[in-house]
Design a protein around this ligand. Structure first.
Ligand code: NAD
Length: 320
């Protein structure tokens, strides 16, 4: 525990491709004064901490070290990226049994440490693992957030930015639903500079088929990257850094995440799924329910149904 009120501590669990990229992005952006790296491979966390601290003279002073679950006791944020990644051809949902098992060994010692901060989960299938983190921890739903559709939304903004020759940061469009194959683009509420995206598309001769193709490419971009380089990590790591910053700086920022549903989207309940939400120092302040047209409503319901089945099966398998 530090004497300074603005000293913030983050513990990363899972120091693989995604976790170490997140650690690097946090160091580059000078977020959190203390950063602990935990993994089952101790040599790796030690090596990574030594490597990462060498970035600090050029960025911001920061205490970075390899640690244990007991280090979570006074952390503000614990970020979970531990778990098997997709192999070529594997879906995110295929990872559920393996990664639920890993997660079940992680959350308990974190809670036992006395941790009372916020969980941010990115390991896949992220909507399921975020729900499981909430269940295993017994924490209030506001304090357990998944990276969810943040990466997919970034991918959509990149693709639309290219299509309309606009900075991706100026595209206000979201991917919604599962972070995975049942996700969909919420085009009907998307805007650029307050103008509906569908109107701009019509004016610029971008057809519904073109937009559907973009949505499909976004949905499959992870497979493309995994086939070419084995894993995806920079995009998600930067999205996680953005969410972490919104938490640690109490921003009330609206961001794409995986959030607990309490009746939103036509009565979705007891599930984590991708939606815009307000993120601040207390975690998830509130869900912003994106207005959907009839087709999108169906896609949201179908995505939730898929997730619910995998969630129930996964939790049942865990108890066997
Ligand atoms: P990786 O194999 O490079 O790293 C996984 C790390 O987890 C390894 O260092 C491993 O030692 C560690 N680990 C395994 N079991 C552990 C345990 N019990 N305790 C602590 N650490 C443990 O994989 P990666 O590419 O970094 O991917 C990590 C996860 O993130 C995967 O589930 C992947 O699918 C997911 N991912 C999510 C997104 C997203 O948008 N949410 C994007 C990319 C990857």
């Amino acid at each position: 525990m530090s004497n300074t009120p603005n000293h913030q501590k983050v513990v990363l669990v899972g120091d693989g491709a995604v976790g170490s990229s997140f650690a690097f992005a946090m160091a580059q952006q000078g977020i959190a004064e203390e950063f602990v790296v935990v993994d089952v491979i101790k040599e790796r966390t030690q090596g990574d901490a030594l490597d990462l601290e060498d970035a600090t003279p050029f960025t911001s002073p920061k205490k970075i070290y390899s640690g244990e679950y007991s280090d979570c006791k006074d952390a503000d944020l614990v970020v979970i990226t531990a778990g098997a990644p997709q192999k070529p051809g594997e879906t995110r949902l295929d990872l559920v049994n393996k990664n639920l098992k890993i997660l079940s060994t992680i959350v308990k010692p974190i809670v036992d440490s006395g941790f009372n901060g916020i969980f941010l989960v990115a390991a896949n299938p992220v909507d399921i693992l975020t729900y499981a983190t909430w269940k295993f921890s017994g924490f209030p739903k506001e304090k357990v957030i998944g990276s969810g559709i943040s990466l997919d939304t970034a991918r959509l903004r990149v693709a639309l930015g290219k299509k309309f020759n606009i900075s991706p940061a100026s595209v206000d469009a979201y991917i919604l639903g599962e972070h995975g194959d049942s996700e969909f683009a919420g085009y009907s509420a998307a805007t650029i500079g307050t103008k509906p995206l569908l109107e701009i598309a019509k004016e610029e001769g971008v057809s519904t088929d073109d937009l559907a193709k973009i949505e499909d490419e976004v949905r499959n971009k992870a497979y493309e990257i995994i086939n070419k380089k084995g894993a995806t990590f920079y995009g998600v790591a930067t999205a996680m850094t953005r969410i972490s910053k919104a938490i640690l700086r109490d921003e009330n920022a609206v961001l794409p995440v995986s959030a607990y549903m309490d009746g939103q989207y036509d009565g979705l309940k007891d599930i984590y799924i991708g939606t815009p939400a307000v993120i601040n120092g207390s975690g998830l302040a509130r869900v912003i329910e994106s207005p959907l047209n009839a087709d999108e409503k169906q896609k949201m319901a179908a995505s939730a149904k898929t997730l619910k089945k995998v969630l129930n099966d996964g939790l049942a398998n865990l108890e066997k």
